[in-house]
Ligand binder design. Structure first.
Ligand code: ATP
Length: 215
């Protein structure tokens, strides 16, 4: 199985890394982290696309289970997951089990994503729990209906099909966000142990997140 974790990674932190690693083990999957160039759903990132990719590569260096995929940064225009998945589906073929992993916070807004129902035709969705995220009862009815129809109990059941199911994956998620990391750095507080040391060195060297946009 190939599982994707898209995001801004502004910057990558241990919440992403632990979630990706837990999911890789639970799903027995190769996990690819895909930084978005122009996230359609949110304010623009503070670090440049190149810097976010650098940080991802630094954090993942030496990992065999997790890798960075820069296809969205190489594509013109906004980063829509549906386009990324269509591209991957062409490369991997119709039978490869492909999953898009989404944090529970992001999944609560999934029914507003560009061509969200097409996404479900191209890949499975694996929802990673995240502290503080909305729960099922807060999801829109259209999303609840899709989850009810496509719900899958475990990774073994997910592997039986190439796409189209939704798995709620219970991982021990850490209450860390890139927003809190950026805020701490802007205040001059230490984020050591929340962000890998080599990434922190890069942040310092590039003068990123010092308060005010653009570092
Ligand atoms: P920001 O605070 O800037 O919104 P973020 O920490 O949520 O950033 P993103 O790059 O937006 O990071 O996250 C990419 C993906 O990883 C999203 O699906 C998000 O839900 C998930 N994710 C981020 N942090 C965690 C975490 N601590 N535990 C589980 N999933 C996470």
């Amino acid at each position: 199985m190939i599982a994707l974790l898209g995001g801004t990674f502004d910057p990558i932190h241990i919440g992403h890394l632990r979630a990706a690693s837990e999911a890789a083990q639970a799903l027995d999957a190769e996990v690819r982290l895909i930084p978005a160039k122009l996230p359609p759903h949110r304010p623009q990132p503070e670090a440049s696309a190149g810097q976010r990719l650098d940080m991802l590569r630094i954090a993942l260096s030496g990992s065999t289970q997790l890798s960075a995929d820069d296809r969205e940064l190489r594509r013109e225009g906004p980063s829509y997951s549906v386009d990324t998945l269509a591209e991957l589906r062409l490369e991997l073929g119709a039978r490869q089990c492909l999953a898009l992993m989404v944090g529970a916070d992001a999944f609560a807004g999934f029914s507003t994503w560009h061509r969200w129902l097409d996404i479900l035709e191209l890949a499975h969705i694996v929802v990673l729990n995240r502290p503080g995220a909305a729960t099922v009862k807060d999801w829109p009815a259209s999303l609840n209906a899709q989850v009810a129809a496509r719900h899958c109990a475990d990774a073994a059941a997910l592997r039986m099909e190439a796409a189209g199911r939704v798995l709620m994956l219970d991982i021990p998620a850490l209450a860390v966000s890139a927003t809190s990391v950026r805020e701490s750095l802007a205040r001059g507080s230490s984020v050591r142990w929340l962000v890998p040391d080599p990434v922190l060195e890069y942040i310092a060297q590039q003068g990123l997140y010092r308060g005010g946009r653009g570092g």
